[in-house]
Ligand binder design. Structure first.
Ligand code: ZN
Length: 164
C-alpha cells in the first residue's frame, strides 16, 4: 500500500487532535504567573505565549496563548492538560520524552504520554514536528529561565534539529 501522508495526517487530525484544536485548554489567563516564555516557529508561523504558575517546584497552572496551526494548538492544549500537578523536573522529563518520540526514538514502554500519543504520527512529517514541539520547547525554556532568574525568554524552533 502506498503511504499517503495526507490521509495519515487526516486521520491524525480527527478525534483527539481536532478536539484540542477546536477547544484548546489552557486559554484562561492565570491569576498569577511565575514564569513566562514566548515561542516562535518561523517555518509555520506558530506562536506560543506561555505562562506558568508554580507552588514551590510544582506547576499548578499552565496558560497557553498565541496562534498556531492545528498541530501546534493541539500540542499546547494537551500540554495544558498534562503538566499541572507535575514538578518542573517531571514536566521537563515529559517534554524530553515527547521530543524523543517526535524524532522517532520511541518512548519507554511504561511511558504515559496521554493524549500526546495522538500526535505521534506527526513524526513522519519533519516540518510539522517543529509545530508539535514548539509548546514543549517553550515550556522547557520557561522552566530554565525561572531557575536562572530571568523574567522572560524567547524560544525559536530554528535551533531544533529535524531528524538529525
Ligand atoms: Zn505549525
Amino acid at each position: 500500500m502506498v503511504d499517503r501522508p495526507e490521509v495519515a495526517l487526516d486521520e491524525l487530525y480527527r478525534e483527539v487532535v481536532l478536539d484540542h484544536h477546536r477547544h484548546p485548554r489552557g486559554r484562561t489567563p492565570l491569576p498569577r504567573v511565575d514564569a513566562r516564555a514566548h515561542g516562535f516557529n518561523p517555518v509555520c508561523g506558530d506562536e506560543v505565549r506561555l505562562g506558568l504558575a508554580l507552588d514551590g517546584d510544582r506547576i499548578t497552572g499552565v496558560e497557553v496563548q498565541g496562534r498556531g496551526c492545528a498541530i501546534c494548538t493541539a500540542s499546547g492544549s494537551i500540554m495544558a492538560e498534562l503538566v499541572p500537578g507535575r514538578t518542573g523536573a517531571e514536566a521537563d522529563a515529559l517534554a524530553e520524552m515527547f521530543r524523543a518520540v517526535m524524532h522517532g526514538k520511541g518512548a519507554p514502554e511504561e511511558a504515559d504520554l496521554g493524549d500526546l500519543e495522538a500526535l505521534e504520527g506527526v513524526k513522519k512529517f519533519p516540518v510539522r514536528v517543529k509545530c508539535a514541539l514548539l509548546p514543549w520547547m517553550t515550556l522547557a525554556d520557561a522552566l530554565r529561565a525561572l531557575h536562572e532568574g530571568e523574567a522572560e525568554v524567547t524560544t525559536t524552533t530554528e535551533t531544533e534539529e529535524v531528524n538529525p
